[in-house]
Design a protein around this ligand. Structure first.
Ligand code: CA
Length: 223
């Protein structure tokens, strides 16, 4: 899933990013309500927002209300500090889909996210496409113009990460987090090397869709 974590507790935010990354979720983080709203309304296709109630600038309730007012239907999981009926009611009134009381077990968070993910009709096709490239997340097969391409696990992960966010620039660090979720000590140069291999295996026509954005990272061109 592509997730946004709005949480001002830096330790918890980092922990969630790391754990969710290990479970193959792509995670954006925001430390303030304003930053969270900015990311949530930037055109990203988010599958869920994990939203803390207590934020430094505005409350999570306000963030949820603002998102709903703007017509966003993104599933929102609220993190509340106390298990108070008021908080729960206010959260649900504000447009949250579910809530979790801190401190929570990570497994519980995952279970709630899965439940949220099931709510809207899930995407039927698991194929991600861009130009001649097609990647099936279920069978883990990649084809270019219908012809199968053999990729290593890492190459597959990098391509998958890019295909999930077409048109967006992904930094080398973001790709590292996604393809090497267990925090192996690697440098961004590793990503460069894998992108090189990936392009070679995809062939010139497909490789042209994997664009280098100088000094920033990579972007997948859709058309
Ligand atoms: Ca907080």
């Amino acid at each position: 899933m592509h997730l946004l974590v709005v949480e001002d507790d830096a330790r918890l935010s980092r922990l969630l990013k790391r754990l969710l990354g290990q479970d193959r979720h792509v995670v954006e983080t925001a430390m303030t309500a304003e930053e969270g709203l900015e990311i949530a309304t930037s055109g990203l296709e988010l599958d869920a927002v994990i939203l803390d109630v207590g934020l430094p600038d505005r409350s999570g309730f306000e963030v949820a209300r603002t998102l709903r007012k703007q017509g966003s239907a993104v599933p929102i999981l609220m993190l509340t500090a106390r298990d108070s009926v008021n908080d729960r009611v206010e959260g649900l009134d504000a447009g949250a889909d579910d809530y979790l009381v801190k401190p929570f077990a990570y497994e519980e968070l995952l279970a709630r996210l899965r439940a949220l993910g099931r709510r809207p009709p899930a995407r039927k096709s698991t194929a991600l496409k861009a130009g001649p490239i097609e990647l099936d997340e279920t069978t883990r097969r990649v084809t270019v113009l219908g012809k199968p391409v053999e990729l290593s696990q890492r190459e597959f992960s990098i391509l998958e990460c890019l295909l999930r966010r077409p048109g967006q620039v992904l930094s080398r660090d973001q790709l590292l987090d996604y393809a090497w979720p267990y925090g192996v000590a690697l440098t961004p140069n590793t990503v460069e090397a894998y992108i090189h291999l990936l392009r070679e295996k995809l062939g010139a026509e497909a490789a042209a869709h994997v664009e280098t954005v100088r000094g920033v990272g990579y972007r997948l061109r859709e058309a």
